[in-house]
Ligand binder design. Structure first.
Ligand SMILES: [Zn+2]
Length: 381
């Protein structure tokens, strides 16, 4: 789809004399035309040679104008369009008003409108100072989170551990310590542990619903490690990454459609280009940002920030298939570990600032190991 040529050509000057049937197409009012389209052509075909036929021969010609256009970056063959006499209008004759807008004008309007919309919806992520485009309000995010929640509960039905289960209680204990450091408007926190030892994943959806698969608990090891995972997932919600992702998708879908029409290439090809060029890098930026925010969050909640480095080292060990970073939505485990290591001193300063050493030495606030023997195996560093 979207592979038809653009049926528009705009002749600014057209000269045809009885002594020479040569048609000149000196200027074509489209920014999308190659110089090769600006050629002298014969009215009887695509030959670039100039013929001088007799008047009799000329009068026998059909009264149509034939000209050729090539679309930029297109391998399409030259197209010929026929314009019935009397229907052709020149732009410079003051007859533009009242006519249908041309595709270049529509493109300029669309791109201009999109640009204004983009600038209007630029905002700064408070925690990191990153500028980003986000046109999805928080209320919409909560709404989407609500329907996601129902859908996940439906699909995980029968695999969710009860609230009284030691694993659910362990995750909930970590969550309760992180919540004061996670300002999310309208959040109604709730933990669900899904019994699936083969899945090393966890996520939090807007609205504060936390899902943890048992497969990741063995890699977490203890509550500090689990805090590294949960704080990262909570950071995605605090930073409204889901809204940003939807906004980004809207923008790139529009750009893909436009590029597909203008450059006459397949939509699948354009999508791959946009994904590798914009989609995946944006996703990796979000992941790195959630790592940074999560690290600070866990430190402020008096979890040992060094546990995050240890967690990613274990993840790297457990990784079965290595995908090159540029093809992945996430940075590599090694790069994440190194980026976290670089920020450790800042996190440790926060830990000190909060008086965590004193609190841990004088209260019962310590990290417990995650209960074992519930269908997962523990991996040590
Ligand atoms: Zn993430």
């Amino acid at each position: 789809m979207f592979r038809q040529p653009i049926p528009r050509a705009f002749l600014r000057n057209f000269r045809a004399s009885s002594s020479s049937p040569q048609l000149l197409v000196p200027r074509i009012a489209s920014p999308f035309l190659r110089p090769s389209a600006f050629q002298t052509i014969s009215p009887v075909g695509f030959s670039s040679q100039i013929h001088t036929p007799s008047r009799a021969a000329l009068s026998s010609l059909p009264r149509t104008i034939t000209f050729s256009l090539r679309r930029p970056f297109s391998s399409s063959p030259l197209r010929a369009f026929r314009t019935p006499p009397g229907r052709y209008r020149r732009f410079d004759q003051g007859q533009w008003s009242g006519q249908q807008p041309s595709i270049p004008h529509i493109v300029v309007l669309l791109v201009g409108g999109a640009g204004v919309f983009y600038i209007y919806n630029l905002e700064t992520v408070e925690a990191t100072g990153r500028r980003r485009f986000n046109c999805i309000p928080h209320s919409k995010e909560l709404q989407l989170g609500d329907s996601q929640y129902k859908e996940i509960l439906r699909s995980a039905s029968g695999h969710i551990l009860p609230e009284s289960h030691p694993l659910t209680q362990s995750v909930n204990r970590v969550l309760q310590r992180l919540i004061p450091e996670a300002p999310i408007e309208g959040a109604n926190w709730r933990v669900h542990v899904i019994n699936d030892p083969s899945t090393t994943n966890a996520f939090v959806i807007p609205g504060g619903k936390v899902f943890v698969f048992t497969g990741i608990l063995g890699i977490c090891g203890d509550e500090d490690g689990l805090a590294a995972v949960l704080s990262h997932e909570i950071a995605h919600v605090v930073a409204h990454h889901q809204g940003e992702r939807i906004s980004h998708n809207l923008l790139t879908t529009g750009a893909i459609l436009l590029a597909t029409i203008l450059f006459d290439v397949s939509q699948a090809f354009t999508r791959v280009l946009f994904d590798v060029g914009f989609g995946l890098p944006n996703s990796r930026v979000q992941e790195a940002e959630a790592d940074e925010m999560g690290l600070m969050m866990m430190a402020k909640a008096c979890f040992d920030p060094n546990a995050a480095v240890k967690f990613w080292a274990r993840m790297q060990k457990a990784e079965k298939v290595k995908i090159p970073q540029f093809m992945s939505t996430h940075p590599t485990h090694y790069n994440r570990m190194e980026a976290i290591r670089e920020r450790l001193s800042k996190a440790e300063a926060l830990y000190e600032e909060k008086g965590c050493h004193f609190i841990k030495n004088n209260t019962l606030l310590y990290s417990e190991p995650i209960p074992k023997d519930f269908g997962y195996s523990f991996q040590s560093t």
